[in-house]
Design a protein. Structure first.
Lengths: 360, 292
């Protein structure tokens, strides 16, 4: 057997733990559903949890791995949600496709593709920029998408789709699918927890493989030192684009799943605040840490439901968490102090003294 | 006539953007960070002025002065608590902290003043209307434009003539060299935040005099648009912020009037994207060459 290097083995264990955790959680929850021991509110949250996990992991790809702050992630989610709603409604009414699973698969795929196209269109100009400019432009794009969706009208009649922009000028006999500021209406909820689980697994396969591939190493090199990477012949724009578009596709798929979980989707669901929510998941879970993103997205989606009494303080706490985590992980004095604390613990509870210093 | 009306409205809105953009551009020029919370300092300033007028019975000028004082303290505190520990950190970390700060301010305002929109009281700023022929101009418009001009002249004089102002320009050019020349960088950055936040209070009062609805999210959208204005004019340049702000205000009002009301924001952001792609240094900014 081939001998594995230490870092390779570490990575394999990390990936296995990530997959195992998701699968075990799925099995436990499924058996809870079968036994009817699951609470009603938790059951209603299963699909949204899956969506937010996918959102967090995909945003982590952009922020943690590629090192660019994207503030328009909810924009891609809304593209996916609308596409999913329209495709699903159109398939049902025009082709009489009754099978919900097939419809869901087509809708989610369509949501991913359209969000990917949007991501490519946005990425081409945006990824030429750096740092703060990139953040503000992605924010701007998120708002533009929301603005455009607000004046979009889509209806279906006789197997045809009718589009109209700014003014509602559609034939009289159409069934409205997207009705401007009212959002996507009359959606038949077809999302299932199993579909969410499959999407998470798909996301993990894509993201973990990308991160540990040649392309992933190139992406990380661009993050750590753009100039050095460029001088080693790495095409920075190409690799940043790869991370950005992959994240957009995944966000679009999550959006489609999210949209098809309820009967309406309104533009106000995908504001800047929603992008910040996902950002909090990513920051709290640890930049670049996929498993952390999954756990924090799950906990932060479930906890507000349980701690309903503190609902008013939720965003306040999020804000404080963002600031404290950033200061604690980036201030040299505090970091040195935390490392020392970590070392003391390690010496007390571990027999081996492998190496000092906490991970990045 | 409608054209002139729109133009004057645009100039007024643009002047407000310009005053906010000054805060962004000074902080960006000196601390090299996007102070995301700046928009929310505007909101706090407006709330303080509102309380002064409505509850404490202060005369308008006093209320504005109190709001400026509170915002100055707030700005310096934010810088000292949240941004100073991250002076050496990557820009990503600083930006996320600034976003967190913006959210913190919004949610604190939500807890203190509630979510219900408050209507900003009438003061001398927006009490009368000037009529010129068929044109009617609100006094708020005139005062906003005048305030903008006064502030810009004062700031230009400050940065070019006084010792502190020169220190600010030094720090923005080369922080390390400035430190070697005996300039106290931390104090200079604090001062920048103080000036920017005091201006934000004025902008908040002017904004709410023209658009008298006050709620915790009042500052965020004008804040982002003002940043757009700062980038448009060339970040770090004081006349640039002025020019960018006024142009952006005019573009927004014309876009809303002649293209679509709903797409007003989208048009503004489209301007930002086009500017960054075509002339990333902005209208009056100097392109910076990257050194390896």
């Amino acid at each position: 057997m081939m001998k594995m290097s230490k870092s390779k083995r570490k990575r394999l264990i990390y990936n296995c733990v990530t997959f195992a955790l998701v699968i075990v959680a799925f099995i436990v929850l499924q058996s809870m559903i079968a036994n009817k021991t699951i609470t009603r509110s938790l059951k209603g949250q299963l699909v949204p949890i899956c969506c937010w996990v996918v959102m967090a992991v995909s945003l982590n790809l952009v922020i943690g791995i590629s090192g660019e702050l994207s503030l328009g992630h909810a924009g891609f989610m809304s593209v996916g949600a609308y596409t999913g709603a329209v495709v699903s409604g159109w398939l049902l009414r025009a082709f009489d496709m009754q099978d919900p699973t097939l419809r869901l698969v087509v809708a989610v795929a369509a949501g991913g593709i359209l969000a990917g196209i949007a991501g490519t269109l946005i990425g081409i100009p945006v990824l030429r920029l750096r740092g703060d400019y990139l953040a503000i432009v992605t924010l701007a794009f998120g708002e533009i998408i929301r603005n455009l969706v607000n004046v979009l009208y889509i209806g279906t009649a006789n197997g045809k789709l009718y589009f109209s922009f700014l003014n509602k000028e559609l034939p009289a006999d159409v069934t409205m699918l997207v009705d401007g500021a009212k959002g996507a209406v009359k959606i038949k909820p077809i999302s299932t927890f199993t579909a969410g689980f499959v999407l998470i697994i798909l996301t993990l396969i894509v993201v973990l493989n990308l991160v540990n591939s040649r392309a992933g190493r190139a992406i990380k090199a661009c993050r750590d030192n753009r100039i050095a990477a460029e001088s080693m012949g790495v095409n920075v724009t190409k690799y940043k684009m790869m991370a950005f578009v992959t994240a957009a596709v995944l966000a679009g798929m999550a959006g489609a799943l999210y949209g098809l979980n309820s009967s309406t989707v309104v533009p106000t669901q995908f504001t800047f605040n929603q992008s910040i929510n996902v950002l909090v998941f990513v920051v709290l879970g640890g930049l670049g840490n996929v498993l952390g993103s999954i756990i924090s997205a799950t906990l932060l989606t479930v906890l507000p439901e349980i701690l309903r009494a503190f609902a008013d303080y939720r965003m306040l706490v999020y804000a404080v968490v963002l600031i404290l985590v950033m200061i604690a992980t980036n201030n040299p004095i505090i970091r040195a102090w935390l490392t020392r604390l970590g070392n003391i613990f390690r010496h007390k509870f571990q027999r081996g003294t492998e190496k000092g210093g906490a991970a990045r | 006539m409608i054209f002139l009306d729109n133009l004057i409205n645009g100039l007024s809105l643009g002047s407000i953007y310009a005053i906010i953009a000054l805060g962004y551009t000074m902080v960006y020029g000196i601390a090299k960070m996007l102070n995301f919370a700046h928009g929310d300092v505007i909101m706090v300033g407006a709330y303080i002025a509102f309380c002064g007028l409505q509850y404490w019975g202060l005369p308008p000028v006093m209320a504005i002065l109190v709001a400026m004082a509170v915002c100055t303290v707030l700005g310096v505190t934010i810088e000292g608590l949240a941004y100073r520990p991250l002076r050496q950190a990557a820009s990503l970390a600083v930006l996320i902290t600034a976003i967190g700060m913006s959210y913190l301010l919004q949610n604190l305002a939500l807890m203190i003043w509630g979510a219900n929109p408050k209507s900003f009281p009438r003061t001398f700023i927006n009490s009368s209307i000037l009529r010129v022929g068929e044109l009617s101009i609100s006094s708020a418009t005139i005062i906003t434009i005048l305030a903008n001009i006064v502030i810009m002249v004062a700031l230009t004089l400050f940065t070019s003539k006084t010792k502190m102002g020169k220190a600010m320009r030094c720090v923005s050019e080369d922080r390390g060299a400035a430190e070697l020349m005996g300039i106290n960088v931390n104090r200079t950055i604090s001062l920048t935040f103080a000036i920017g936040s005091a201006l934000a209070a004025i902008a908040g009062v002017l904004l709410c005099s023209s658009y008298p609805i006050l709620q915790p999210t009042t500052g965020s959208m004008p804040g982002i648009k003002a940043f757009t204005a700062a980038v448009f004019g060339g970040i770090g340049s004081i006349p640039g912020a002025m020019l960018g702000g006024v142009l952006l205000g005019v573009i927004e009002i014309f876009g809303k009037a002649y293209i679509s009301t709903e797409l007003g924001d989208a048009i503004v952001f489209a301007v930002l994207i086009v500017v960054l792609l075509v002339k990333p240094a902005g209208l009056l900014g100097k392109p910076v060459r990257e050194k390896v």
